[in-house]
Design a protein around this ligand. Structure first.
Ligand SMILES: [Zn+2]
Length: 179
């Protein structure tokens, strides 16, 4: 694991100041502006008189470059995403407030995706939608009013849901339902 759990580092997304679901074009645009703001032509001339601020710039430049290398390639981005997710999973697992089951969900269908809500004790909601679940290899199925989750790997698991307002998290427990 490349990520240090004790000191959460800036993610490659944060380095480029893009959302984690940003598309290639957005990532490229931010990469270009980040590089421009770091004056790469200046960096090339700093070897003789490298001041500390130039070194910081150079460190930044390398970070931006590294982030771009990872995120511009779809397969390395995918494995980075998985790594990011599992490291967060470990962090979040320590702070989980409650366990939820699929049957407790309030379900909203916006036409494109099914969204699951659970009320948090702060008044806001824990939520996850079927598109997010799909990225985690879970398919949400709806038959009438009955909702079930299909795990592509057919293994039981759980998904951590953050609250929209407070710092509480809940764990949605997914049991493999073979009925
Ligand atoms: Zn809350």
């Amino acid at each position: 694991m490349l990520l240090d759990k004790n000191a959460i580092q800036e993610t490659h997304y944060e380095v480029l100041n893009v959302k984690e679901d940003a598309n290639y074009e957005e990532i490229r645009a931010n990469y270009r502006s980040a590089i421009l703001s770091l004056h790469p032509d200046k960096l090339l001339k700093t070897s003789e008189t490298s001041s500390s601020s130039n070194q910081t710039d150079e460190g930044r430049f390398l970070k931006v470059q590294k982030a771009w290398e990872i995120l511009s390639d779809s397969s390395s981005r995918l494995s980075y995403d998985n790594e990011l997710r599992s490291s967060r999973w470990d962090i979040l697992a320590a702070e989980v407030a409650e366990e939820l089951s699929l049957q407790d969900a309030i379900i909203k269908d916006d036409g494109e995706a099914l969204e699951l809500f659970y009320q948090c004790r702060c008044g806001d909601y824990f939520s996850v939608d079927s598109l997010e679940l799909q990225k985690m290899r879970y398919s949400l199925l709806r038959e009438g009013s009955r909702i079930s989750l299909l795990n592509v790997d057919a293994l039981p698991g759980s998904v951590i849901l953050p609250c929209g307002s407070c710092s509480l998290k809940a764990r949605l427990v997914i049991s493999v339902d073979d009925s």
